[in-house]
Design a protein around this ligand. Structure first.
Ligand SMILES: O=c1[nH]c(=O)c2[nH]c(=O)[nH]c2[nH]1
Length: 286
C-alpha cells in the first residue's frame, strides 16, 4: 500500500509557567499556559525514526522557562513571538512555529498577595515561519455575560418538531469566546486587548437583541470599529439558556423572575466579522 506523510506538527502542550517579578516588597505575577508546536523537516523522524531534525518537546518546555527568566514576560503576544522566532531562527530543520498562550488573571490583594480572577482567560496564538512571516491572533475565552432583559426571540422557522414558544423578553446569557486577528504590527497588545474587550462588553450590553446571532455580529462589528489594528474577529458563544420555572403548581405567578439555568444542551452560535478589505489570513487561524 502506498502512503505518504501528511501535515504534521509536534510540541509541548500546556507548559504551566508562573513568573514572579520582585520590585522590592511589591511583587507582580504572570500566570501562563504555553503550548509550542513546530514543523519542518520531519519526514525522517516519521518514516525511519531518525531524530536528527527533532528539537525535543522537553527542550521546547525548557526554552519557555528560560526565556521567562531571561527576557521576562510582558504581553503574551510578544512572549509568544519571541519563542516562535527563536525556534525557527535557531534550528534550520524547523520551518514553522506555532505558539499558543493562555494567561490567567490575578488581581492584587497586597504587596505579595493575589486573588485569581473569575473564569475569564486571555489568549493568543502566534505563528512564525522561515520566510519571516508572523501572524498574531489575540483573544479571550469564558467571559460570562448576562442581560436580564432586552432580548427577544421570535419569527423563526416553525415545523412539526418546533415547540419553542416565541418570546419578547428573555434572559440572554453567554460565555464569550472571541479571537481577533491583527493586520500587522500592533503598537500595544495590552491596549488593544482592553479596547476590544470593552467594545464587545458595550455592544453586548447596548444591543437590544432579536437573536444571539445579531448580538454576536454587533460585538464583532464594534470591536473592529474600535480597534483599527485588527481586521477579523471570530466569536463562539454558547446560548446559556434560562428557562422560566413553572410555579403554577404552587399557586405562584412567575413574571420573568425565577429561572432554571440549564447547562446543557446549549445553542452554540459561531461567526466571524471581518473588514471588507481584510488581507488573506494565511496560517493565522491554524
Ligand atoms: O438567539 C437565539 N438564536 C437561535 O438560533 C436560537 N435557537 C433557539 O432555540 N433559541 C435561539 N436563540
Amino acid at each position: 500500500m502506498a502512503t505518504k506523510l501528511g501535515p504534521n506538527r509536534y510540541g509541548k502542550a500546556e507548559t504551566r509557567l508562573v513568573r514572579v517579578v520582585r520590585d522590592g516588597p511589591v511583587h507582580h505575577i504572570k500566570d501562563l499556559n504555553v503550548s509550542t508546536s513546530l514543523s519542518g523537516d520531519m519526514q525522517a523522524v516519521h518514516l525511519t525514526g531518525d531524530n536528527a531534525a527533532v528539537l525535543p518537546t522537553d527542550t521546547q518546555k525548557n526554552t519557555a522557562y528560560a526565556f521567562a527568566q531571561k527576557h521576562g514576560v510582558g504581553q503574551i503576544e510578544e512572549f509568544a513571538l519571541l519563542l516562535a522566532r527563536h525556534f525557527v531562527e535557531s534550528q534550520p530543520t524547523i520551518h514553522h512555529a506555532r505558539v499558543e498562550i493562555d494567561e490567567y488573571a490575578w488581581s492584587r490583594r497586597g504587596p505579595h498577595s493575589f486573588v485569581r480572577e473569575g473564569g475569564e482567560v486571555r489568549t493568543c496564538v502566534v505563528h512564525h515561519d522561515r520566510d519571516g512571516r508572523s501572524t498574531v491572533v489575540s483573544g479571550l475565552k469564558d467571559m460570562v455575560v448576562l442581560n436580564s432583559t432586552g432580548s427577544e426571540f421570535h419569527g423563526y422557522l416553525v415545523d412539526e418538531y418546533t415547540t419553542l414558544p416565541p418570546t419578547d423578553d428573555r434572559v440572554l446569557a453567554t460565555a464569550v469566546n472571541a479571537r481577533w486577528r491583527h493586520t500587522g504590527e500592533t503598537s500595544s497588545y495590552g491596549k488593544s486587548y482592553e479596547e476590544v474587550r470593552q467594545a464587545m462588553l458595550e455592544a453586548f450590553a447596548g444591543t437590544h437583541s432579536l437573536s444571539l446571532q445579531q448580538t454576536l455580529y454587533a460585538m464583532g462589528d464594534r470591536a473592529l470599529d474600535t480597534c483599527p489594528e485588527i481586521c477579523e474577529v471570530r466569536l463562539a458563544m454558547p446560548n446559556k439558556h434560562h428557562f422560566l420555572v413553572d410555579l403554577s403548581p404552587f399557586g405562584l405567578d412567575n413574571d420573568n423572575e425565577v429561572y432554571y439555568a440549564a447547562d446543557r444542551p446549549y445553542g452554540l452560535i459561531e461567526g466571524s466579522v471581518l473588514r471588507e478589505d481584510a488581507p488573506d489570513a494565511g496560517f493565522a487561524w491554524e
